[in-house]
Design a protein around this ligand. Structure first.
Ligand code: COA
Ligand code: ZN
Length: 211
């Protein structure tokens, strides 16, 4: 692996880690885990064999990513996010990989600190789970969910800000609008005019013209 940084106290046993990825102290990436480019795997995180991370995924401290979990590009996993892969675990019942339920986190989604994800769920593109959410059902694209069980409380822009009632980003200078595809599928962009974001930074990958 070229271009991968592994802290002297970190442990990276996977041969499939992309260039630019950093594995920090006490993080453990197991053999069989697939990790893309430019990921940041922070202290104490655990990425099991059979887990797949795309490019530019942030894995904050103490996150647990088990086999069967896929996170697409630009996913943000806050500290202490916990995935699961066995819906009805019993210590005395040994299950094989075929019995585990997959979980998919689509491009650009954010899971706030301490989010727990029950397996078998799909979290849509650019969805946002508030800190401490317990995700037990699929989350639509661009949905803002919170609580236990996580319920949709609104919609969020690709830049992370909340959308107003007309599904327009309320941050200064964003101007991104969305349209509802369905309650299940969530939102799709209705045309981005470029987003400088409410903190003044350029948001990676946001379109620079009408869709
Ligand atoms: C979701 C978040 C961004 C707040 O967003 P916001 O748009 O400012 O939300 P508001 O304060 O307007 O709250 C909107 C609603 O969601 C609720 N809510 C917000 N955060 C919540 C949480 N973590 N859990 C449960 N409900 C929450 C509010 O109570 C409010 O509910 P109401 O409409 O019934 O009154 C923030 O609470 C959060 O969780 N951020 C994640 C931080 C994090 O984990 N960072 C990780 C890197 S360190
Ligand atoms: Zn925006």
């Amino acid at each position: 692996m070229t271009g991968v940084f592994v802290h002297p106290q970190g442990l990276c046993e996977s041969a499939e880690v992309g260039a630019g990825t950093r594995v920090w102290a006490f993080a453990h990436v197991l053999a069989g885990a697939v990790v893309g480019r430019d990921c940041n795997i922070c202290d104490g995180a655990y990425v099991e064999g059979g887990a797949v991370l795309g490019d530019n995924v942030t894995v904050k401290n103490q996150v647990l990513v088990f086999a069967g979990v896929t996170c697409e590009d630009d996913v943000f996993l806050g500290p202490n996010v916990v995935f699961t892969n066995d819906l009805r675990p019993r210590a005395a019942v040994k299950r094989g990989p075929e019995d585990l339920l997959p979980t998919l986190v689509r491009r650009g989604a954010t899971l706030g600190a301490g989010t727990v994800v029950v397996c078998g769920t799909t979290i849509g593109t650019y969805a946002f789970a508030a800190a401490g959410a317990v995700v037990t059902r699929d989350v639509p694209a661009h949905a803002f969910v919170a609580g236990n069980p996580a319920r949709r409380k609104g919609w969020v822009c690709q830049c992370g800000e909340r959308l107003d009632a007309e599904l327009r980003c309320r941050c200064r200078g964003c101007g991104t609008g969305y349209r509802l595809v369905s309650e299940h599928a969530g939102l799709e962009s209705a045309g981005a005019v470029g987003c400088t974001g409410f903190v003044g930074g350029v948001v990676r990958g946001l379109g620079s013209g009408p869709a």
